[in-house]
Design a protein around this ligand. Sequence first.
Ligand SMILES: Cc1ncc(COP(=O)(O)O)c(C=O)c1O
Length: 458
Amino acid sequence: MGAAITDSGRTTQTPTPPRARPAVRFDAAVRAAVGQGLLSESRPVAGFVDTDGVRSSVTELREAFGHSPGVLHTFAAKASSLIPVLRLLAECGMGCEVASPGELRLAVEAGFAPGTIVLDSPAKTREEIRLALALGVAVNADSIDELRRIDALRNRDSASVLGLRVNPQVGGGAIGPMSTATDTSKFGVALRDPGAREEVVRAFEARPWLTRLHAHVGSQGCPLELIAAGVAQTYELAEEINERLGTRQVTSLDIGGGLPVNFSDDTVHPTYTAYVDALTAAAPALFSGRYTLVTEFGRSLLAKNGFIGARVEYTKDAGDRRIALTHAGAQTATRTVFMPDSWPLRVGAFTEDGSPKQGPELAQDIAGPCCFAGDVVAHGRKLPELAEGDFVVLYDTGAYYFSTPWAYNSLPRPAVYGFRSTAPEGEVKFATVREAQTMDAIAAESGLAHADALTGLG
Ligand SMILES: Cc1ncc(COP(=O)(O)O)c(C=O)c1O
């Protein structure tokens, strides 16, 4: 397709072709994980992160925004809240977006410089704000009330960049719970509500230190045009504030993350380049350098760079259905189990030595170990017939899956390993990112130290 020059001087190629990130590239890692005992009868489930894949995703992000001066790309820690993963991203030159005191702690431990950390969350306590300001971490207030708290807590010497999150109310996407820019979303100042825009302008007027506008219009299920429309509204608001205040007080725009991920096949789409094209179309001056930009991508950086491997413990027939009972269920694929239509996952079948399983396909339910009937990660999926001792692989689970498990049934948090293939030998090297949770740790977390607390109450 032809090239076009945009108002910002950027050359766009439309449409951006989808890129492939083939799942078969993980075959060697699955075989090696089984060969090295990381997946076995006694270690029946684990998460895996492809570190070269993560590095190339960061490179693609940088290249897509490369024409824009002054962009800080932060990684949304919620997408993979694991210190070694965060440290890898810090080493790649990224900053970190955090949304809780726990995530802030992880970001600091991972080694992000405070000036590259951004704190967002809709329910920051005074203590949390105080800590962020003391560290010099950027803070996006979620409401005017939160700005009032910052008024009281802010020390003139704080190095923190301070911003206000707005909800441009441009509408929702295909997944209601993932849509942050609906009319009634809990996030940010609802910009189209009566009087809200004026209140925002006055909030900036009263606070010369307030220099950033933030919007995160996403996430999964939102079309690029919707996300870009929200960013464009935010850009226009910044222009209006600066014009009305007669000074360029707003100097940076945090445009959030939210790029959706394709879970149905190997192609990476939409790409960061397609997103930049959509942003350029919606807000032609966004990349002119008028504002420095912050991004907060999570899922699009990690999802296709990770997988879950799980052993098949049993198979059975019920009614006319074949069921494979595996160790990957709601504890590690929570969203998929509870909203299977919104979060479908691709499943691969592997033999007990970790080789791709061949043979005629059979429709099978891939169930997990949790003790409730709905604990099924794939329904009626056609795969070579699974047997006890085989392994299943859940693809595209590098973000928001094994990194953020659910403690239901006191199932242990699965181990996580990073890996690299060393060319040309094709040997796969693993490193432990997180140990599987031990039974002692589960007992401790479940109140072992207070075992007599209730009976002792009398
Ligand atoms: C404020 C904020 N920024 C960034 C993200 C990351 O979004 P995604 O992983 O879709 O890129 C989220 C996700 O919930 C978020 O709430």
